[in-house]
Each structure stands twice: as C-alpha cells, then as structure tokens.
Design a protein around this ligand. Sequence first.
Ligand SMILES: [Zn+2]
Length: 128
Amino acid sequence: MSLLRRDRLAGVHDDLVRMVERAAEMCPQDIVVLEGVRSYERQQELYAKGASRTLNSKHLTGRAIDLAPMLDEDGDGKREVSWHWPHYRELAKYVKRAAVELDIDVEWGGDWKSFPDGPHWQLQGGKS
Ligand SMILES: [Zn+2]
C-alpha cells in the first residue's frame, strides 16, 4: 500500500528509506512515518518525560525511524494510527522481509526485551 508522511523521511539514512518504501509496497496496510530525524532539543524533552531512555538516540543521526500501521479501528470509515501490538507485529513482518531482501542490517524496537518500542526501527552499527 502507500507510505504516508514521506516528508518526515528528510535526512533519514538512505537504507532506512529504501527499506520502508519496499515494506510499504508489500504491506496490505498503509504505513505512516511517525518520526525520522529528531533534534537534540526534542530528544532532551522526550528523555525528561521518560518517553525515551537515552540522550544518544539513533534518531539524532538519521539512523532510526518510527513507523505505524494505519487502520480504521473505530469503523468511522477513516484510518487512524494503530497503537496495538498485533498490528505492529504484522507490520514488522513486512519491514523485516524488506530488510532481508535489501540486505539491510536493522533492529526492531519491538524485539527489545526490557522496553519494547513497537514503532521504532534502527540501523545496526554506526556512531550512535
Ligand atoms: Zn524511535
């Protein structure tokens, strides 16, 4: 389906952009980019609120991206961002398939044991 809010891909690492574009082609639902590159000020805010656990996020360097599935969950005929784990697991299948196909070494926040982060995807390695 479609990839929504592509404007949020500005400054994001090319591998992540290619991966999410390929995933959107295969995924039966639309995918929305929630966040790409994050300023240090915003990272500090999120950290202060407890919404992020690090000041050294890969979002700062364009090596992370937050994605969400778009579904009509309330049945009003319009799709909205889903916050439900089964939808993120479903989306993750397509993103992982795209990553394998394109040989991109990526990590899904949803696989983290201690504080799983369903929308979050980041490249392995790199400075941060
Ligand atoms: Zn993230």
